[in-house]
Design a protein around this ligand. Structure first.
Ligand SMILES: [Zn+2]
Length: 322
């Protein structure tokens, strides 16, 4: 099966967990590295998702004092929002527990107020909280360089710089020797939504989306040729060939999405009209299921269209500055 759409092992030492975010299955991924001695989390979900994470760790028999840290794909509330709550709980079990992030992500998480206000306009009270932590909760890491953490069997982890969805976005990538055996693409090259068949949605959320950087990041992941590719929303693709095929198609779809926004705006510079044309396109591409509800809710389609319009200079960010 090229698509992994349910929780479980992806490759040796790497597991997919379901946050059950917003009380939905297959909404948002957490990946974990667990070799029996060291556990490292990749993303956490919102502050409301911590409990589900602890249930999963217990189920897997992972002692909390073995969880040495977390890396995140980017600062958005639905992926990194839980870090402050997580640090409060896990630093009691393991005083060396760290949030390993690049400095931009640290800055965003330590100053998350405007992001939370903006996110609430799309997601309401599901957003949770991100609280400021003592600076020693964070360990600042360089992008595209292996982290100074000793893993098993020649495994090494780097945060591959993949801006575009947000400027701070990274794809945590596990190498075994020099082979990229698993890359957590996050939202750097689409969201893998599980409808009747998996479909790729753009992740052009406001205010930080940047089209050219996004396309460069997609190309960077294709060139890296990981053997397994994980997604924030939700699951993973197995096999280099399938990954390349999906990402090349996604790049074509992104060009078409952008062209549709440009054409619609030139026709009628009204956001609702532009969103309507985008919905038409997504229907043609089979990206929206017939009942049009979950998981690609109208709010999300509005947000990703608005993010593309900001990048094109048609609109200004409303709450948070990119
Ligand atoms: Zn995001």
């Amino acid at each position: 099966m090229p698509y992994i759409t349910s929780p479980g092992q992806i490759v040796k030492y790497v597991y997919l967990l379901d946050t059950k975010q917003f009380s939905r299955d297959q909404q948002t991924s957490i990946f974990i590295y667990w070799d029996g001695n060291i556990c490292l989390l990749m993303d956490v979900g919102t502050s409301n998702d911590i409990e589900m994470l602890f249930v999963n760790l217990k189920k897997m028999g992972i002692p909390l004092n073995k969880v040495i840290g977390i890396v995140v794909t980017h600062y958005h509330f639905d992926h990194a929002g839980g870090v402050s709550e997580l640090w409060k709980k896990l630093s009691k079990q393991n005083p060396d527990f760290k949030i390993f992030v690049p400095k931009e992500t640290c800055h965003k998480l330590q100053n998350a107020k405007s992001h939370i206000i903006g996110a609430k306009t799309t997601y309401g009270d599901k957003v949770g909280s991100i609280l400021k932590l003592p600076p020693n909760a964070y360990s600042i890491v360089e992008k595209d360089v292996f982290l100074p953490i000793k893993l098993a069997d020649g495994y090494r982890l780097q945060l591959t710089a993949t801006p575009g969805h947000t400027d701070d976005h990274c794809a945590p990538t596990l190498f075994q020797n020099d082979t990229p055996i698993f890359c957590f693409a996050g939202e750097s090259c689409g969201a893998l939504c599980i409808e009747s068949t998996p479909v790729f949605m753009p992740t052009s959320m406001p205010p930080g989306f940047h089209f050219e950087k996004y396309m460069d990041s997609c190309r960077k992941i294709v060139a890296m040729a990981p053997e397994n590719l994980g997604f924030c929303h939700f699951g993973a693709i197995v096999g280099k060939k399938k990954i390349t095929k999906c990402l090349l198609q996604h790049q074509k779809d992104m060009v078409l999405f952008r062209d549709t926004v440009i054409r619609a705006y030139e026709d009628q510079p009204d956001t609702r009209y532009v969103v309507k044309q985008v919905i038409k396109l997504f229907k043609q591409q089979g990206k929206i299921s017939r009942n049009e509800s979950e998981p690609n809710s109208p709010n999300v389609i509005f947000a990703i269209t608005f993010g593309m319009m900001i990048d094109l200079g048609y609109r200004k960010p409303k709450y948070e500055q990119p």
